[in-house]
Design a protein around this ligand. Structure first.
Ligand code: S3P
Length: 431
């Protein structure tokens, strides 16, 4: 589906971003792992998070859907997932977290597969720690989907993550709930901590000391009820549009303010965006049981280039394409380093962003682990392909609003994966 986004006048208004995708996946998975029913509000209704509901249903959960975003999940509990083939669709988070739960159930085997993009995404990163714990994972070419998880009695390990990935961290922590002894994960840099917070909320013995997070085996989990706030990664597209289109002023309400998710807002502010909001400050030590929420008030301002280093990358990983876009409008150079992980997202997001923005007139080049953009007075416009990647489709839309001649996005339907109402929401800010 091709969609045209013309240069826009100022964005104005208030918006509630859709439910946080990362938290929605976790709400469904942990909900299914609980002994008692779990009530969820704010659940994201999008292709990725529907895949997670389908998966937990196949594993034996009853999921009742009520008013929009409202669910009751009655799971099979921690140790009784039914055997089934699982189709994760396009959802990398589901593919990487679910095996952590399944690996510790010795009675079963589960085959996991997904779409063409998923079949190119590595799973050896989760197979390695799960095998160290005692499970057996058979993957295509040893590293790609489809793959089969053979459950086994697990033993806790101490695992130093080779990359700062919340998906791998979460997978190992979930496996730790069913492993004998203590399971610890050591992160090279902090990454999103939703799994830790939700496990703490569910009564799990989980602790963090510096970069080390430790869990012990659990009899059962209990969540009761939980609310999923708005997704900062989805809100980021509107934030970027408001930062780029002169005269804009928008407010985002009920947005997740978790500091491990708001790196993009801090980067945009550093570049000159005017952002007011009660973001969570950096938190070390004790794991909170809540996700903080905030209201974000955003206005455009003249931008200057910035450097994003490796430690900031996991805190803004899904928004780095938008940093490239801001860089096109900034004075001087914007550089992102230490972000090789972008190459194994829904697309190779370094190549796709660099090629896509260059096609719109950007002065941008790829590096092995990031990109460098020189601001050259904005973007001309043109056509950008989404390559089936939701975040590229939405990037193209925002680029169009800020461009001189407009942008045509080829493959806009990809936005369905995380933000089906994206175009409608954006139009409420423009009209
Ligand atoms: C996610 C973690 C990130 C992110 C993805 C969602 C999560 O992946 O890119 O969109 O919900 O845990 P990595 O942890 O592999 O970097």
């Amino acid at each position: 589906m091709r969609r045209r986004f013309d240069p826009s006048g100022p964005l104005r208004g208030t918006l509630h971003a859709p439910g946080d995708k990362s938290l929605s996946h976790r709400a469904a998975l942990l909900g299914a792992m609980c002994a008692d029913p779990v009530h969820v509000t704010g659940y994201l209704d999008a292709a990725d998070t529907r895949s997670t509901l389908d998966a937990v249903r196949r594993l034996g959960a009853l999921v009742e859907e009520g008013a929009p975003g409202t669910l009751t999940i009655r799971g099979p509990g921690l140790r009784a997932a039914a055997e089934s083939a699982i189709d994760v669709g396009n959802a990398g988070t589901l593919m990487r977290l679910l095996p952590g739960w399944l690996a510790g159930q010795p009675a079963g085997s589960w085959t996991v597969d997904g779409d063409d993009s998923i079949r190119r995404r590595p799973v050896d990163r989760i197979a390695a720690p799960l095998e160290l714990m005692g499970a057996r994972i058979e993957a295509r070419d040893g590293r790609l989907p489809p793959f089969t998880v053979h459950g086994a009695p697990l033993t806790g390990v101490e695992y130093a993550l080779p990359v700062a990935s919340a998906q791998i961290k979460s997978c190992v922590l979930l496996a730790g709930l069913l492993a004998q002894g203590t399971t610890a994960v050591i992160e090279p840099e902090p990454s999103r901590d939703h799994t830790e917070r939700l496990l703490a909320r569910a009564g799990v013995r989980i602790a963090r000391e510096g970069s080390r997070i430790e869990v012990t085996a659990q009899d059962e989990l209990e969540l009761g009820s939980m609310h999923v706030p708005g997704d900062p990664s989805s809100a980021a597209f509107h934030v970027a549009a408001a930062v780029l289109v002169r005269g804009s002023r928008i407010v985002i309400t009920d947005m997740n303010a978790n500091w491990t998710r708001t790196g993009f807002v801090r980067i945009a502010e550093r570049m000159g965006a005017i952002v007011v909001g009660d973001l969570e400050p950096v938190r070390a030590g004790e794991i909170p049981t809540e996700e903080p929420v905030c209201e974000l008030d955003v206005a455009a301002g003249p931008l200057v280039g910035t450097v994003v280093e490796a430690e900031e990358v996991p805190l803004a990983i899904d928004e780095l394409p938008l940093v490239a876009l801001l860089g096109c409008f900034a004075e001087g150079e914007t550089v992102v380093r230490g972000a090789a992980e972008l190459r194994v997202k829904e697309t190779d997001r370094i190549a796709a962003v660099v090629d896509g923005l260059r096609g719109l007139g950007a002065d941008i080049e790829a590096t092995p682990d990031g990109f460098a953009v020189r601001g050259n007075g904005g973007l001309r416009g043109g056509t950008i392909p989404s390559h089936g990647d939701h975040r590229l489709a939405m990037l193209g839309a925002v680029a169009g609003l800020a461009s001189r001649e407009g942008v045509e996005v080829d493959g806009m339907e990809a936005a369905e994966v995380s933000y089906p109402t994206f175009e409608r929401d954006l139009s409420t800010l423009i009209d």
